[in-house]
Design a protein around this ligand. Structure first.
Ligand SMILES: [Ca+2]
Ligand SMILES: [Ca+2]
Length: 504
């Protein structure tokens, strides 16, 4: 309601009497206000009234127009003036405690126009950090945090009462951990662009670590062996169930941070220890041996759960350990792996490995007395590389290890003859019938190979411009008459588009 006529005399009265409630809205006319009214009437001056309306503070925060005393009484912050300089723009939520905003720690900012919130951390006061967010917003800084980007892109807004301290944290080393926890708790309702901060903190990881018999519908859960980080030797069946976070989830990525199980037998079968992933939309081979650092993707089959079942033998001479990170991927997520890609890489260059590839020979012997294989039997899967913009081709080559392509035939024989990793051990085409890789339409030194199937104990450097970039690997059900195979570790390098005009 309305306003106000102000006199200099009344202003003087205010200063003398300590800003009593002489300037209020109707409902705030107190006994003191009436007392002032009386004196004001006696002195023949006008009365001051104004509405407690929304005002814009000097720091551009929205607030409420109060008297200075009122603002102080509610522990507000006077930020500029209002009501013809009689009131102050009080920029705090009366329910909030301003001292909370002076603390460092984890905070959330709620959008006034939509549901998502922002979770952040600061070593300074959250009020200072809040003002920085506003500055990012006002100046439209390109690299500004997600909250400013959200406001810019959506045209939404925030106010000081949008900010809440979630956890006071005085030790900077604890900030990441606590921030991860709160992101985790609100992960389905965030404007944060990079909830990938999850899992960066050991402190946080321990909170969402699960072991045998557990299930989880949370993103970024860790499935570990019961004694982890200690190894185990016991024979057991340990299962973990992955439930969709929500219906928008289509896929999981399982990172083998640690996956150390017994080697397959000499023929490549996981008869001692075995990891089986079931319930997804694709068949995943049984996995065993040493696979730390690898990963795989599995699509959900509708809303059915995906189960990871790790069976271990009781052979006490074999230690086992696993720590798997399970990330859930939304159907429209850019990082989702294409269908048919069990492994998926996105760098310009890198190394891909077949399961259980290693630098040592298998300790198991074939019936013919020759060393067995490290290759896993009965596999047929794609290893894909995301084609980077401006890159049109890909090159596949052996890594520095001379055993880095030993997929069929007698590896130890090739070593003895000095032909391993040389053209004498290159085999391709219809001669590859058991274990091999497929690279579509490649050339070697500019000459088309006229075949896409390769095996043996050596691989020429292959260049292909076929899209998408995929290498398929196939193994049959045993490994005789091969011996001493280790699988492959191949380097890949994406090739820039030059004179070739090829669409993605
Ligand atoms: Ca083989
Ligand atoms: Ca085989």
């Amino acid at each position: 309601m309305n306003v106000i006529k102000v006199t200099i005399l009344l202003t003087m009265l205010q200063s003398v009497l300590g800003n009593h409630n002489f300037s209020t809205s109707n409902d705030l006319v107190s006994r003191k206000g009436k007392w002032l009214w009386s004196w004001a009437s006696i002195w023949g001056i006008g009365i001051v009234r104004f509405q407690n309306g929304v005002c814009r503070g000097s720091d551009s925060l929205d607030g409420t127009c109060y008297t200075k005393r009122q603002c102080s009484d509610i522990s507000g912050i006077a930020s500029g003036s209002c009501a013809s300089n009689i009131g102050v723009c009080c920029v705090r939520n009366p329910k909030d405690k301003p001292e909370m905003r002076q603390k460092s720690g984890i905070y959330k900012i709620a959008c006034k126009d939509c549901d998502p919130i922002y979770i952040g951390q600061t070593k300074r006061s959250i009020e200072t950090r809040y003002k920085e967010h506003l500055a990012h917003f006002r100046y439209g800084r390109k690299e500004s945090p997600a909250v400013a980007q959200h406001l810019i892109e959506k045209g939404h807004h925030i106010e000081i009462d949008s900010v809440k301290l979630l956890k006071a944290v005085n030790k900077p080393r604890e900030l990441n951990g606590y921030e991860s926890i709160y992101i985790y708790k609100h992960e389905n309702n965030l404007m944060n662009r990079e909830p990938a901060i999850l899992g960066k903190s050991v402190f946080f990881e321990n909170l969402i670590q699960r072991t045998c018999g557990a299930s989880s519908s949370y993103n970024n859960t860790y499935f570990v062996n019961p004694a982890f980080p200690n190894t185990m030797t016991a024979g057991s069946v340990c299962a973990f169930t992955i439930q969709q976070c929500n219906p928008s989830i289509c896929q999981v990525r399982i990172d083998f941070l640690t996956l150390s199980l017994a080697q397959p037998n000499a023929n490549g079968s996981c008869i001692y220890d075995s990891m089986n992933i079931i319930g997804g939309a694709s068949n995943i081979p049984a996995i065993c041996g040493e696979n730390s650092g690898l990963h795989l993707y599995v699509d959900f089959n509708g809303n059915s759960n995906i189960r990871i079942v790790i069976s271990t033998s009781s052979d006490a001479s074999v230690t086992k350990a696993w720590k798997l990170k399970i990330a859930q991927i939304a159907c429209d997520c850019p990082t989702r792996a294409p269908s048919g890609c069990l492994m998926y890489y996105t760098d310009l260059s890198g190394t891909v490995r077949s399961f259980n590839y290693g630098t040592t020979v298998s300790s198991y012997l074939l019936p013919n007395g020759q060393p067995g294989t490290r290759q896993l039997a009965n596999t047929n899967y794609g290893i894909c590389v995301d084609m980077v913009a401006g890159y049109c081709g890909i090159q596949w080559s052996q890594s520095s290890d001379i055993y880095s392509f030993t997929v069929s035939g007698g590896t130890s024989i090739a070593v003895g003859q000095g032909t391993i990793a040389t053209s004498a051990s290159f085999i391709n085409g219809t001669d590859c019938t058991t274990d091999f890789i497929v690279v579509p339409n490649p050339s070697v030194n500019g000459v088309p190979t006229r075949t896409d199937r390769f095996c043996g104990n050596g691989l020429p450097t292959l260049t292909t411009y076929s899209k998408p970039f995929v290498l398929t690997t196939v193994t049959n059900g045993d490994d005789l008459p091969d011996s001493g195979n280790r699988g492959f570790a191949l380097s890949y390098t994406q090739l820039r588009c030059t004179n070739i005009i090829v669409g993605r």
